[in-house]
Design a protein around this ligand. Sequence first.
Ligand code: S3P
Length: 431
Amino acid sequence: MNEVALKPTSSPLQGALEVPGDKSISHRAVMLGSLAKGKTSITNFLTGEDCSRTIDAFRQFGISIEQDGTTVTIESNGPEDFQEPSEPIYFGNSGTTARLMLGVLAGLPFFTAVYGDSSLVMRPMDRVTGPLKKMGAQLDGRSGGIYLPMAIRGGALKGINYTMPVKSAQVKSAVLLGGLFADGTTRVIEESATRNHSENMLRAFGADITETNGEIRITNKNALTGMNVHVPGDISSAAFFMTAAAIVPDSELTLKNVGLNHSRSGIIDVLKQMGASISISNVQTIGGERQGDVSVVYQKLTGTIIDGDIIPRLIDELPIIALAATQAEGTTVIRDARELRVKETDRIKATTDGLANLGANIEPTEDGMVITGGASLTGGKAEAYNDHRIAMMLAIASLVTNDDVTIDDISSINISYPGFFQDLQTVTNSA
Ligand code: S3P
């Protein structure tokens, strides 16, 4: 346990900050770099624990992966040379490693056993094993095949047409990765757009992939070729600081080189809709991924409604958006976000319990929450439920409370943002 008591500090956030590399893109860069023939160099790689799980997984196939801080170098001859792992593969807390790797393992012609930590073994995997079984892979796991630990015998896949029953980029990506190994065409049809980093990067590595009107098609025609990948800053990490600057009076903060892919940038739209003053500059597109600097100047917020197609574009930001809503005049309603119930923890419960303990007027609903804002929070004790995004949201809350915020355990923050507290100190002390 790593409990902290954070003193209330209403010091404004000032200056500029560069948050670590994007978690989703870092995972995918290791996966595609390992599946590609030749050398792949990744810069600004996220050194958090989740992405290390993906590196370790590919090392178990015999791939040479060197890491020097945020630079990762992969040398591979492609999947034909992968060796059957002699030990089970550990995915830790990482849902992205687990779900995307199941797509890869389904395509590899050997046996693998996989497992995860106490949170990951409670997260549903049947959403990916369902379509992968239709493609011809053999997968089985706990509780009739729903949960890890799981055993996979892959190979001899056939393309399928798959209409997504859940709005999940992890599911889409698992099917597309299976499609890289499958005979024939694999089609994935999605009703609402989810993050498209897999599609962007598969295209950049040379895969035969096309997309029209929400239908993505992939074949096994082209082998992937190694390349250089530069990972943009993670908008999901920047979100904590954008929100902090939007709710602490007198703040004026710039987050530099943040990923601005449209399928991820819903938080900017919502904060603007709530009245935040946000401007974007220095925009460029590298490897199909838009990035730029995001500047936030404090301005009073008002409540809003968040539902429908924007939800997948900000799914990981809903806990911190809920905190913003506690500081906004009026009521904020979040709907259509049932997926929050199956994240690292039940994030509807964790967010509403946590903020209620700090004095917020917040109620859970089946698929979201209702927040009545406009008052400062008292402070108090709250649980992070071993979830990195809940722990960081509670830490940011201490910038707007009257008393201490005590968080039971902050060690989960290493999953996605190892330098979070140093960065928080830098921007709150530079005033
Ligand atoms: C991710 C997709 C999202 C997100 C997760 C990362 C990805 O999950 O919550 O943190 O990298 O594809 P779902 O696909 O389950 O919505």
